[in-house]
Ligand binder design. Structure first.
Ligand SMILES: CC(C)(COP(=O)(O)OP(=O)(O)OC[C@H]1O[C@@H](n2cnc3c(N)ncnc32)[C@H](O)[C@@H]1OP(=O)(O)O)[C@@H](O)C(=O)NCCC(=O)NCCS
Length: 229
């Protein structure tokens, strides 16, 4: 199998299953650091802790394969607002998101952001009225009504992936930028404080019942899905 290392101009997206059999889980868990084991134990629901540990183990496995080291040798550091990054000579950057039984891992040679959301029942129209920029609300509530929930999750994941790409997290207002959907894709229409056209936005359909997106700092990038199991 080729290395999961993105080429120049390429963004890799890996959808990861977090419910794995014990035989797959054990070596992943063995690669975790003492702090990561403590984090796993801190989850109130052990099943959630196991999924978190699976995601972290798979992250180590993919990053290790990309740069040619062992999973336990991967060094992950945290930036100012908690954005994790990996030490690598290749300039590799990543971002990870979890929801339900899946995770989305995005890799690039530039800053990247990932978001995945399970379609949980929620008052999505109220959430959109509160958090979406006016142009996003216009696009969301436009007819046909039948597609509105899918558009809600598509906009949400693109918005979240943008916050995770810049690394600002909730330090940036959700109304300070606008995602625009179009047939087969999305873009950043405008964003306070940055040049929107510098960002590439990729909605992803991971599995039925989930939405996801990747955002990367760079123009004319290509997204490639990559299997990892
Ligand atoms: C922390 C945050 C960055 C993402 O959190 P989230 O969506 O709950 O969870 P995700 O699984 O998608 O992402 C968590 C991962 O993002 C990464 N991360 C943490 N801080 C980050 C930051 N500032 N920038 C980028 N990535 C970050 C970490 O890898 C973290 O995983 P870990 O806990 O295993 O280390 C933050 O944006 C947040 O809390 N967002 C939710 C806000 C919301 O309600 N959005 C509605 C959109 S309309």
């Amino acid at each position: 199998m080729s290395k999961p290392l993105p080429g120049p101009g390429e963004i890799l997206a890996l959808v990861l299953d977090l419910d794995v059999p014990n035989a797959r889980f054990e070596p992943l868990a063995e690669s975790l650091s003492a702090r990561e084991h403590a984090r796993r134990r801190s989850f109130r629901d052990p099943e959630h802790g196991r999924r978190w540990a699976t995601g972290r183990g798979l992250l180590r496995e993919v990053l290790a394969a990309a740069v040619g080291i062992q999973p336990r040798e991967v060094v992950i550091r945290y930036g100012e607002h908690g954005k994790p990054r990996v030490e690598s000579n290749e300039g590799l950057e990543f971002n990870l998101s979890h929801s339900g039984t899946l995770a989305l891992l995005v890799l690039g040679l530039c800053p990247v952001g990932a978001d995945i959301e399970r379609h949980k029942p929620r008052r999505w129209a109220d959430v959109a009225r509160r958090f979406y920029a006016p142009g996003e609300q216009e696009q969301l509530f436009a007819p046909p009504e039948a597609g509105q929930q899918a558009r809600f999750f598509r906009i949400w994941t693109c918005k979240e992936a943008f916050l995770k790409c810049t690394g600002e997290g909730l330090g940036r207002s959700l109304r300070s930028y606008q995602v625009k959907l179009f047939d087969g894709g999305a873009s950043l229409a405008w964003a306070q404080g940055v040049e929107a056209s510098e960002y590439s936005v990729f909605p992803i359909d991971p599995r039925p019942g989930y939405s996801a997106a990747a955002v990367a700092l760079g123009r004319s990038l290509v997204l490639r899905r990559r299997e990892w199991s």
